[in-house]
Write a protein that binds this ligand. Structure first.
Ligand code: PBG
Length: 330
């Protein structure tokens, strides 16, 4: 039982800072971070989001400044989400197809001013629908799969035409990745990537995000007929297999921390680029702990983000991206 000791002491390599650095198996850098940003109408507008302390919606002119800051700190990519004006929301989410919608204006402005940062765009109709669902609903409130995909294809092409680099379908309709890929190819967008929200769970952690895009008060019912049951892991592997077969370049697991087991399983099973979304409720949980003095923000942000790397992630979508990048810059 004591055969290894004292010859073997695992504490030996932990005894100094340089040695701990030398033996680190994983490392977090700003290039691992994708920063989600919320866009709002107007000029020089900043709207703080009460349930996401420290996060604001920004008008397009100020989003461009955020993009510049992120680029200067080495952040690889932004994820954009619009807060659509109420009068532009409708049952069919048609505003998603408007080439001059808030998203497209933000994409174009960033691409023009800061061309060397990636832009990821969410494909789903919830920021545009009057009922807050990700797709077209029937009279019973059921989200119709195939009819929704028709609109999602148009939304994807609209975003790609505006300059999006990564199309990220977050709607969980069956078969949409393949059909979006076909449409992108047909329109010549051969280098526009698809990052599929492959294993996206019907989670209690999305509340503050829905405040940010203004869909919380609108949402009728829940999203359990399209997002996954938190009880399931085999189903996550099937979702990932399908999205990869349909042409996804990378896959996402969402939420993040409570689902690191899924991240690791997907990475081991498929050996493809895996990303995780540390979602709004996770961010809010950390900030709540910081607010009552129960946690150190810097340490907790960096530890949780490193944990994603250890679990097998190529990168993480996180509202702490700018803060973490500053810390990593020293
Ligand atoms: C929309 C979408 C959601 C999130 C990202 N894209 C919310 C939802 O599915 O209801 C959540 C992100 C977060 O909570 O930070 N389809």
């Amino acid at each position: 039982m004591h055969a290894a000791y004292p010859a073997l002491r695992l504490r030996r390599t932990r005894a100094s800072t340089w040695s701990r650095r030398l033996h680190a198996e994983n490392v977090l850098t700003p290039a691992d971070l994708i920063w989600p940003l919320f866009v709002t109408e107007g000029e020089s507008v900043e709207e703080p989001i009460a349930t996401l302390p420290g996060v604001s919606r920004w008008s397009v002119d100020l989003i461009v400044e955020r993009a510049r800051e992120a680029r200067d700190l080495g952040i690889a990519c932004l994820a954009l989400f619009p807060n659509t004006q109420p009068e532009r929301r409708s049952d069919d989410g048609g505003e998603a197809l408007n080439p001059d919608n808030l998203m497209c204006r933000a994409i174009r402005a960033i691409k023009q001013a800061v061309p060397d940062i990636g832009i990821l765009t969410d494909v789903a109709l919830d920021p545009y629908t009057a009922h807050g669902h990700d797709g077209i609903v029937d009279d019973a409130g059921y989200v119709l799969n195939d009819r929704t995909i028709e609109v999602l294809i148009g939304q994807s092409l609209n975003q790609a035409a505006a300059g999006a680099d990564i199309i990220a379908p977050s709607d969980m309709m069956d078969g949409r990745v393949g059909l979006i890929r076909d449409a992108l190819e047909a329109e010549g967008h051969v280098n526009v990537q698809i990052m599929a929200y492959a294993a996206k769970y019907a989670s209690a952690f999305y509340g503050p995000f829905r405040d940010a895009v203004g869909s919380r008060g609108l949402l009728k019912g829940d999203k359990k007929t399209y997002q996954m049951d938190p009880a399931n892991r085999e189903e996550a592997l099937r979702e990932v297999a399908l999205d990869l077969a349909e042409g996804a370049d990378s896959v996402m697991v969402k939420p993040g921390l409570p689902y690191l087991d899924i991240v690791r399983e997907v990475k081991d099973a498929f050996a493809v680029p895996v990303f995780a979304y540390q979602v709004s409720g996770e961010y809010a949980m950390i900030e709540a702990a910081v607010a009552v003095g129960a946690a150190d923000r810097d340490a907790m942000a960096l530890e949780t983000l490193l944990a994603f790397k250890r679990a097998g992630c190529s990168g993480v979508l996180t509202y702490h991206a700018l803060h973490a990048a500053r810390l990593l810059a020293g």
